[in-house]
Design a protein around this ligand. Structure first.
Ligand code: ADP
Length: 160
């Protein structure tokens, strides 16, 4: 059985992430979305529980996807979950260099775990969680970039 984890901050999940997760779920028998509890370099808008719940609701119709919080190194988490693969999404440009560098470090840590990159769909090339939060805070309509429940969560967090 081929099992993968898809790690990320997902603060919040957007249509680009959800597209990668849905496509990965057609490749692997089981996909675990691993939501990074406290990424060291990011200021988060949503709590771990909120990020897990938002992703869960976005893929609730896909039976072989589960969503869990995680902390620590992704390849170690993959092993602990019995997964042989780590899925990452690639947008054009900078992502490749960063993902390649990280994949080599992860391979150093856990040579038994392989990284599988899935290319972003054309529609989501420019979609970044950080940009969505920024423009939503400035009043932009982001309803084409995130599912409705996440657009609502963003609006209410911004209005708090
Ligand atoms: P991280 O903090 O690990 O980069 P993110 O939540 O930003 O976490 O992203 C998780 C994964 O999803 C990464 O592999 C990232 O490249 C990928 N990703 C982010 N946005 C998109 C997008 N618009 N299309 C495809 N993949 C994406």
């Amino acid at each position: 059985m081929a099992k993968a984890i898809y790690p990320g901050s997902f603060d919040p999940a957007h249509n680009g992430h959800i597209d990668i997760a849905r496509r990965a779920a057609t490749v692997f028998d089981e996909l675990v979305i691993a939501v990074y509890k406290s990424p060291p370099t990011k200021r988060l808008m949503f709590s771990t529980e909120e990020r897990v719940e938002m992703f869960q609701e976005s893929v609730s119709d896909v039976p072989n996807i589960s969503v869990v919080p995680f902390t620590g190194l992704a390849p170690v988490v993959a092993r602990e979950n019995g997964a042989q693969f780590i899925v990452r999404g690639l947008r054009a440009g900078l992502d490749f260099e960063l993902e390649f560098e990280m994949a080599l470090m992860w391979r150093h840590v856990a040579p038994d775990i392989d990284v599988v990159c899935i290319m972003s769909s054309l529609d989501y090339q420019f979609v970044y969680s950080s940009r969505i939060k920024e423009v939503a805070s400035l009043g932009a309509d982001v309803s084409e970039l995130v599912p409705p429940h996440i657009a609502e969560a963003l609006a209410s967090r911004i209005n708090e």
